[in-house]
Design a protein around this ligand. Sequence first.
Ligand code: FE2
Length: 387
Amino acid sequence: MITAFQLAKIIFTGAGALEKVPETIKMQGLKKPLIVTDKGVVKVGLAKKVEDILTAAGIPYALYDETVPNPHEKNAADSYDLYTKEGCDCLIGLGGGSSMDAAKACGILATNGGPLGNFRGMGLLKADLPFYIAIPTTAGTGSESTCAAVITNAQEEHHWKMVILDGRLLPSVAIIDPLLMTGLPPAITASTGMDAMTHAIEAYISIGAMEYSNAMALGAIELIFKYLRRAVGNGNDIEAREKMAYAQTMAGIAFSNGGLGLVHSMAHPLSAFFNFPHGFANAVCLPTVLEYNKIVCREKMATIARLSGLTDLGPYPEDTAIEAVQRLNDDIGIPRTITGVAAQIGATADSKDIEAMSKDALEEVSTITTPRVPSLNDVIGLYNKCW
Ligand SMILES: [Fe+2]
């Protein structure tokens, strides 16, 4: 079978990599970036770091900082308005997946027009995005290394997340600087870290998995088992931050090429209906969906168990893998149930929405590559089990 393997053209990686931003822009002959970010990134001073670097290099810029978690079509429209009004010619996505995806959506509007819903699905973009530099400040989404953007639709009565998949969404340049991640609070470190773990595991057991994506996925799983607890427990543990930064990028490359699965399909409705942070939504579903999947991927699950660092895998290594994932969730403070997550984040989750969420989950593009084919009743059962 012929497969394609794609990633950002250049990945600058390592402590201090942020310094590469000005020369990257100048080398392209570009004049003025729009920085797409959010209030949290501004508040902790990370936007200012980028602004200072640009100012010192004599590069003017504009800043859009209204991106919300689970970014909305309005973020794309408003940032694109600013991009045009300010005469920008390139984009910087600075933050977690929300800001980096909002920047991608802004880029889609700039060169493909809208509405964004026209591009929901795979390979529907008609033109390249403007030059785009992705700078993650969390270790989770991997948006800096993926061909995906996830945007919540503007329709008030039924919120769903539009997954847009297209090689044109790969950033021109990704800058992975662990020094931007040391200030992340433990809960966000935990949530985003488990998003990365879910990317890696789902990519590995996906029916779209290939040798290249497997190598990235397995490397990421091992690093996350080894370093996520440390990054949560001590945000200033530079080694742990650095390894998690690499792991999330590797996991992003893995799933961008190998695909995802039912955990993401079920997580997106949890965010669309109840505004769950994406990482929590994944983490709470992951053990239950692995239990459902295990009959079709026993050997791969055994490999995951091995990567968890355990030496005694027991007679059923696939169960050991699930236990290792559950134990990691427990250790970093992720609740075991959907209602537990809701209580922790102050959201309301109503079980009357399970059927509608299950229908949405089945329609998610990630369901195409999930290893065990789910029915509507299966998905309803899985939500109930996680509830
Ligand atoms: Fe994700």
